[in-house]
Design a protein around this ligand. Structure first.
Ligand code: MOS
Length: 735
């Protein structure tokens, strides 16, 4: 495609949905109003689990003021058993709730109180009396290594394990060897908008307004769970207030709203409270990762082994792949990666912010830093000298690997002058340390379709079931349409998040912009061809025509669109087929991150002072939204390294820190001025736009850059994340 510098694509265009969002006119699912009113549902969570409901008394709740009904397993409509069919995949399998007297885990819904107001429902919920008889359980998978199994698949990878070369021999032959075990904590997405669904039935037809990342698989999930036809499910989700993976699929509030609306024969809204999310929305599992790295005398990597163990929620098949980046980062004679899971009685485990890479680079890149030091080689030089020529796992050629360019550019901009001895840089009471790490993330293209209509007034409407989860989908799609058809962006309306629109892969896996954008590009090109045909039919030159408002300039003619089009305008469809791209190459986005921290020599307080990233994500579709996404990712990196952890009370299997007071995400005070640079590029094998995934790239490498900087400041090597100030206390200079 034309990669001209005057292209609208790439420009730092403000979000087209910005004004609607800041003025409150953008309708999120929870804002949805229905003239006849909406009843409010409140989730009653199991106070223990797994087990069986021994006693459940809802009589006081039922007679409380404003209560319409209390939905329990006794009166809930029949559903497809949870998890069936087993081969459907986690997004489309049955998400049944209140199925029977069994409780899956602590916090599993045991009732939904539906009342006129949320306050009434919430109060009545406090009157529900319940007793659970608990059964055998596994809460902490890391204590049950004997129960570890190989999952059928891991997220984002073709194979669960990979074995290239003779690891044992290469490791034994390595002069420098590192063996280290790491634990990364459980994490929950902290979307600004909690999960929310408004459900309404019209006979057999179900309409839901909900917060969701992928519309089409959610349609299947409702249909499958409720045993209705997909044709009878309509999902509307024009805006979603953050997802981070936790809204890829439907969760308990969604099914509860649909069930309650059916039984009550009126619309029902269920909003998860922040506390609900910790049991009723998915989380990133706690992981054990074991790394064995071997390098020769002069720092050439010979052997890499990465083993990962995590909890998998029973009957919900998802396993994260922390060893994903390990397979493609460095050349080595032997690379073995292994993923294992233990089925556990915990809430759903699912994708969260760069599943795999976020915690995989966190451990692997800190281990690489440690190995570089053992080899007495600067961490930057160590990475450069182990750069692979082809994908070390598949042997495929890289589509366009620009990792070393990211590293050298970042080192230069950061002012990297080489590693210094730990605790050797001091400013007042602060120990200053610097560190770096690389970012690598698979680039993905998924199937998508789009439709466009050009009105005789020269306005273009684009429709896709793509979602905007805060990332800027509306804006980049507007830019793609305006650019392809050479019409002003203010004449383009993009309509998203409706299952009535053409199917896309939605927002996830950093594939959203490329997949839906490529489909829209195709639709706009098809529209252009059709328009040319209409011009030719009218005897006008179809070469290099230009749409200007409601007129079209073709050759020396200037005619009204209305003169060549029907009154309902011109319609075209488009699609992208991933098989047409890639061409057998290994596809990744890349980056390098450099960090400076200050560690208080007396208290151990750790502060990130600078975080700089240089990224290669192919062609940048919008300089502003891309930068924001990368910054968001880097901030998640700060969270993963220093703050975010959901702690479980292992007596009960309950997450304890279920609010922002105790479950810490990085806030302004934790975030320094972030510096983001994007390499100018066009990834021709990736997709017709030349872009690569960016949404999850910024998180990769950010955490280990921080950990490596903490090492230089203090000499402390983390073996568990997040790193807390008490971890470094023993490494501070004596008072
Ligand atoms: Mo992403 S964790 O696929 O939303």
């Amino acid at each position: 495609m034309d990669h001209a510098s005057n292209s609208i694509i790439g420009q730092a265009m403000n979000r087209v949905d910005g004004p609607a969002k800041v003025t409150g006119t953008a309708q999120y699912a929870g804002d949805h109003q229905i003239a006849s009113g909406i009843a409010e549902g409140y989730i009653v969570e199991a106070p223990a689990g797994p087990g069986r409901i021994k006693a459940l008394d809802v009589t006081s709740a039922e007679s409380a003021e404003g209560v319409i009904m209390v939905l329990t397993y006794r009166n809930a409509p029949a559903q497809t058993p949870y998890g069936e069919p087993e081969d459907a995949g986690r997004f489309t399998q049955s998400h049944a709730v209140l199925e029977n007297d069994q409780v899956r885990h602590f916090g599993d819904p045991v009732a939904l109180v539906v009342a006129q107001t949320l306050e009434q429902a919430r109060y009545a919920a406090s009157l529900v009396r319940i007793e659970i008889e608990t059964s055998d359980k596994i809460y902490n998978p890391l204590d049950h290594r004997d129960d570890a199994i190989k999952p059928d698949s891991v997220d984002g990878l073709d194979a669960v394990d990979s074995h290239r070369g003779d690891f044992d021999a290469e490791f034994a032959a390595s002069e420098n060897r590192l063996e280290a075990s790491y634990v990364t904590g459980a994490q929950h997405a902290a979307a600004m908008e909690p999960h929310v669904t408004v459900a309404q039935w019209d006979g057999e037809r179900l309409t839901v307004h909900m917060a969701i990342q992928i519309v089409s698989s959610a349609v299947s999930a409702f249909a499958n769970t409720l045993g209705i036809s997909e044709k009878n499910v309509r999902i509307i989700s024009p805006y979603t207030g953050g997802g981070f993976g936790s809204k890829l699929g439907v969760h308990n509030e969604a099914i509860l709203a649909a069930l309650a609306a059916k039984v009550c024969a009126r619309p029902v809204r269920v909003v998860q409270t922040r506390r609900n999310l910790f049991a009723n929305a998915p989380h990133r599992s706690r992981h054990l990762q074991e790394l064995k790295l071997g390098a020769g005398q002069h720092g050439k990597l010979k052997a890499i082994r990465h083993y990962s163990l995590a909890g998998m929620a029973r009957d919900y098949p998802f396993a994260e792949a922390p060893a994903s980046p390990t397979r493609a980062s460095y050349a080595a004679n032997a690379i073995h990666t292994i993923h294992r899971v233990v089925k556990a009685d915990i809430p759903k485990v699912d994708s969260m912010r760069a599943p795999g890479e976020a915690i995989g680079t966190l451990t692997f890149e800190t281990a690489v830093d440690e190995l570089a030091e053992m080899c007495q080689i600067d961490p930057v030089a160590f990475r450069m000298m182990n750069e692979p020529a082809t994908d070390p796992s598949s042997g495929d050629a890289f589509a366009d690997r620009r990792l070393t360019e990211c590293i050298t550019t970042a080192a230069d901009r950061f002012g990297w002058t080489g590693r210094v001895a730990p605790a050797s840089r001091r400013e007042g009471r602060n120990l200053i340390g610097r560190g770096m790490a690389v970012a690598i993330r698979p680039n993905v293209l998924n199937e998508a379709r789009a439709e466009v209509t050009l009105s005789t007034a020269g306005e273009l409407t684009a429709r896709l079931d793509m979602t905007d989860i805060g990332t800027g989908s509306y804006t980049i799609l507007t830019q793609i349409a305006a650019d392809t058809l050479s019409i002003p962006a203010n004449l383009v309306s993009v309509e998203l998040g409706d299952s009535a629109f053409p199917e896309t892969a939605g927002s996830g896996g950093s594939f959203g912009a490329a997949s839906s954008g490529s489909a829209l590009l195709d639709a706009c090109r098809n529209l252009k061809i059709l328009l040319g045909e209409h011009l030719a039919q009218a005897g006008l030159s179809a070469n290099g025509f230009k749409i200007e408002g409601d007129r079209i300039l073709a050759g020396s003619s200037d005619i009204a669109l209305a003169d060549i089009l029907d009154s309902d305008g011109l319609h075209a469809e488009g699609a992208v087929d991933p098989d047409d791209y890639g061409h057998g190459t290994a596809q990744y986005s890349y980056g390098a991150q450099f960090c400076e921290v200050a560690v208080d020599a007396d208290t151990g307080e750790i502060r990130v002072r600078r975080l700089l990233g240089v990224f290669d994500a192919g062609r940048i579709l919008n300089e502003k939204t891309a930068r924001s996404q990368l910054m968001g990712g880097m901030i998640f990196g700060i969270g993963g390294a220093l703050l975010e952890e959901s702690l479980m009370d292992e007596r009960y299997g309950s997450f304890m820190n279920r609010d922002f007071a105790e479950n810490h995400i990085a806030v302004n005070r934790d975030v320094p001025d972030l510096e983001v640079h994007m390499l100018d590029g066009f990834s021709k094998d990736a997709n017709p736009l030349g872009s690569k995934g960016i949404g999850e790239l910024g998180i990769c490498g950010a955490g280990p850059a921080i950990a490596n900087a903490i090492y230089e400041a203090t000499g402390f090597r983390a073996r568990k994340f997040p790193i807390h100030l008490e971890d470094v206390l023993d490494h501070l200079p004596a008072l």
